[in-house]
Design a protein around this ligand. Structure first.
Ligand code: KE4
Length: 430
């Protein structure tokens, strides 16, 4: 059993001055009934905690570390940029270079605005959609997470298609009622919602591959259905590609699926680990944003030179190495090993993967949406998580999260992970 005594001491201190001891809830390990470790250092695919325990990391700071932690190209770029200044609050060339990459790589994006988080990106995209269409209602899907803006912290209403109810204290029901929450992968629910309310719907926002309920895939034709029904009713389609953007493909899910949204929210990978988000799309919609148009949106640190330098360095390195091919190779090696381990234990559990994103569900059968995820065996998941961690592999501390691989995961790291995954499965099933 690894020594985590210093982490425990730090966590106790942290809890006295930081709510829950963390700056983001998922880090508190509540979903696995334990205390988090504290990180001393992260390089490549490895994390070292403050007690000196080495871990192979499959979270990658929730997606940004696509090259691995602290890649040299990012360190060099940030170091160089910092010598010129760390924040200007004024336009600088790095913003144009970043915008050009996004416009060139992401099919839907003709113009883009930088922000400082995925939440800001989706929140701003929603406001822009409402401003552009003059409509109020937003449609989202149960199990999809788009950050913590009030309009998006909304749970499915009591009735199947009633307007949403707050999913957090502090969100007024008046706000929540302007968000309709539907089940994902249920086209009939879409038809009914739009038949009843279509002329009031400003936009659908969707994670095209929902990755906050594990990793869920749209059934054939479902994304096209979202595209068709929003076009038919004059609503906008917003893809939240904060997780999938630049990861599942150079141009994200919209490149893989051929379905082009009107707006796209981005984040994580484009910051190289520094705080960044972005939202972009059709020029005629984006030009509704201040200072051109009537929809206000702003940010002191938006387009920050260090964050731009980090993101540009990371994206250019992915392009130079054709990183997406390598991520697919890594992912395929890992998937083969996990499926072998499952077979050895006589388990037909569902393992979903796209490129370097994956989720092992502790249940069998197709996962269509979050209702299916709720049928998983969470006790087995928790035993699996802790045994893997004790043996040196850090998987997501929640059954509702997706795992991430990076270019820094070597074949040996993956083989070692597969051995540990087999041990963790043994512990899971007892
Ligand atoms: P941030 O505001 O956390 O940068 O991004 C919000 C967001 C938006 N859209 C999607 C699809 C997301 O997955 C996220 C945030 N992802 C979570 C992990 N599932 C971040 C981890 C955390 O909350 O600490």
């Amino acid at each position: 059993m690894p020594d985590r005594s210093l982490s425990k001491k730090l966590f106790s201190k942290a809890k006295s001055i930081i709510p829950g001891g963390v700056n983001s809830p998922v880090r508190a390990f509540k979903n696995v009934d334990g205390d988090p470790f504290f990180v001393r250092r992260a390089r490549g695919c490895h994390i070292r905690d403050v007690d000196g325990n080495e871990l192979i990391d499959y979270i990658g700071t929730w997606g940004p570390a696509i090259l691995g932690h602290a890649p040299q190209v990012v360190i060099d770029a940030v170091t160089h940029a910092a010598k010129e200044g760390v924040s200007f609050g004024a336009p600088h060339p790095g913003e144009i270079e970043m915008a050009q990459i996004i416009v060139d790589w992401v099919p839907s994006v003709e113009k883009v605005r930088m922000v400082n988080s995925g939440t800001e990106a989706t929140m701003s995209a929603i406001r822009l959609a409402r401003g552009f269409t003059g409509r109020k209602q937003i449609v989202k899907f149960d199990g999809c997470y788009h950050g913590h803006a009030d309009s998006l912290l909304v749970a499915a209403g009591s009735g199947a298609l009633t307007h949403g109810e707050p999913d957090s204290a502090g969100v007024p029901e008046e706000f929540a009622s302007l968000t309709t929450v539907l089940p994902f992968n249920k086209p009939e629910a879409l038809d009914q919602a739009f038949a009843e309310d279509g002329e009031n719907i400003a936009a659908i926002i969707v994670e095209p591959y929902p990755a906050n309920a594990g990793l869920v895939f749209p059934q054939d034709g479902y994304l096209q259905k979202l595209r068709d029904i929003t076009t038919k009713y004059g609503a906008l389609l917003i893809f939240d590609e904060v997780m999938t953007g630049f990861r599942v493909a150079k141009g994200g899910v919209q490149e893989l699926s051929g379905v082009t949204p009107d707006l796209t929210a981005l984040g994580k990978v484009i910051g190289g680990g520094l705080p960044v988000g972005a939202f972009g799309g059709r020029a005629d919609i984006m030009d509704y944003l201040a200072p051109n148009g009537p929809v206000y949106q702003a940010g002191t640190l938006s387009g920050n030179p260090l964050a731009m330098a980090a993101g540009i360095a990371q994206l250019r390195e992915m392009e130079r190495k054709n990183g997406w091919e390598m991520l697919e190779e890594n992912g395929a090696q890992f998937e083969e090993g996990v499926r072998d381990a499952l077979k050895k234990h006589g388990l037909d559990y569902t393992f979903n993967r796209v490129g370097s994103m994956f989720c092992l569900y502790f249940r069998s059968g197709e996962i269509l949406n979050v209702d299916d995820v709720k049928e998983s065996n969470f006790d087995q998941f928790r035993r699996f998580f802790w045994k893997a961690l004790d043996e040196g592999v850090y998987f997501a501390p929640s059954p509702y999260e997706t795992g991430f691989m990076s270019l820094a995961h070597t074949s040996d790291d993956i083989d070692k992970t597969i051995e540990i995954t087999a041990l963790a499965l043994e512990a899971a099933i007892g």
